[in-house]
Design a protein around this ligand. Structure first.
Ligand SMILES: [Zn+2]
Length: 384
């Protein structure tokens, strides 16, 4: 009898007394939600995923001013009324004004604080911490609030008229004069900045010989777009509203719901380009008699196109002379490319308006692939 034999027989006897149990079928996996820890069991990963997506999606806090979401850093120059603010997915907020102590406030107070602050640096942390959410989501904004009073903005309008609009020529010096006078008012406003950018944009686009410009032609677009962003915030002011619409026309933005400005030539031109069949010329009856007081300068390219649109609508019939006028403008050497596109659009729309569809084909084909004209030119071309 060897030691090996003894061990083997011991193992045999052990195994006889304690047989390995049958493992049975694979147990069912229990899928439970890690976030709400409820007792509910989900049969498949898919069902658990659907539950998490439905109940525990991380919603970032949202703050809208007007209908726009502000940037992280934003200058606020217009008084915020509580109805302009929309807040969603926010459970609480922390606010810090001018570097003082952080205050924890409720959502309702946030609207009050934002609408009552007229000046200062306001840092806001919006928090979404519903208990069923896996994490707390936060969003921070840094607002620099400088609310200019209506009187001061009116004063800016007056200085703008005096130093720029009423002058015969448009120079960078007059822009400088405007800024100098506005600075004396001691207001830090995007309103005056927007007006300056608009006027310097015109100068860059027109490139008068008297000005020694070091910036390239296309820079005017940057100035226009920057002015557009700033002045859009002051839409309740007539001057800002008109300039915003002129800039949109100039950079070929034709909003679907165009809000009439009261500047007939512009309203008519937008109406003509956007939807020639809907132009009702009697709506613009003062157009040809009234020469209103100019409220802002306009670059010559835009002026020429507004005049062309007026001419096209004013004529009783579509004639070869009118067509020649349109062609000359559209093929002009001095107009910028965006203005030429508009000239083709006015030419085509004019022919459609006067029921000379065969004459509309040539100009409309030229812009049928160019945004935003392609949106409404293609259906017209198809119907020809
Ligand atoms: Zn859950």
């Amino acid at each position: 009898m060897t030691v090996g034999w003894i061990v083997d027989s011991l193992i045999d006897r052990f195994n006889e007394n304690y047989p390995v149990p049958d493992p049975g079928a694979r147990p069912k996996r229990l899928l439970t939600c890690p976030y709400c820890k409820n007792s509910r069991v989900y049969e498949t990963h898919y069902k658990l995923g659907a539950h998490i997506a439905e109940c525990h999606s991380l919603l970032k806090p949202i703050l809208l001013i007007g209908k726009n979401e502000p940037n992280y850093k934003e200058k606020i120059n217009l008084k915020l009324e509580p109805h302009m603010l929309s807040i969603a997915n926010v459970t609480s907020a922390d606010v810090n004004i001018d570097g003082k102590i952080w205050k924890k406030i409720s959502t309702g107070d946030l609207e009050t604080i934002l609408s009552e602050t007229t000046g200062g640096q306001c840092v806001i942390k919006l928090i979404n911490s519903k208990k069923e959410l896996p994490h707390i989501t936060e969003r921070k904004y840094q607002f620099s609030i400088h609310i200019s009073s209506e009187e001061k903005l009116n004063e800016i309008d007056r200085i703008f008229y005096e130093t720029i609009v009423s002058k015969k020529d448009l120079t960078l010096k007059s822009v400088g004069n405007f800024l100098e006078k506005v600075n004396k008012l001691k207001i830090n406003s995007e309103y005056s900045e927007g007006l300056c950018e608009y006027v310097s944009g015109i100068i860059i686009k027109e490139r008068p010989e008297s000005e020694k410009l070091s910036v390239i032609f296309s820079e005017h677009l940057n100035r226009y777009i920057s002015a557009l962003k700033k002045l859009s915030k002051f839409k309740s002011r007539p001057l800002a509203k008109i300039i915003v619409s002129i800039i949109r026309f100039s950079i070929n933005q034709f909003p679907v719901n165009f809000d009439k400005t009261g500047f007939n030539k512009l309203d008519l031109a937008v109406n003509l380009i956007r939807d020639p069949k809907s132009v009702k010329i009697d709506q613009y009856k003062n157009l040809f008699s009234e020469e209103g007081r100019p409220v802002c300068p306009m670059d010559h390219g835009t002026t020429q196109l507004l005049n062309l649109a007026t001419r096209v609508c004013q004529e009783e019939r579509w004639t070869r002379i009118l067509e020649e006028e349109c062609r000359n403008t559209a093929l002009s050497q001095t107009l910028g490319s965006k203005d030429k596109e508009k000239a083709f659009a006015i030419w085509g729309a004019g022919a459609v308006l006067k029921d000379q569809k065969s004459c509309a084909e040539e100009p409309l084909r030229k812009i049928s692939a160019i945004y935003p004209f392609n949106e409404w030119v293609s259906p017209i071309l198809e119907s020809l």
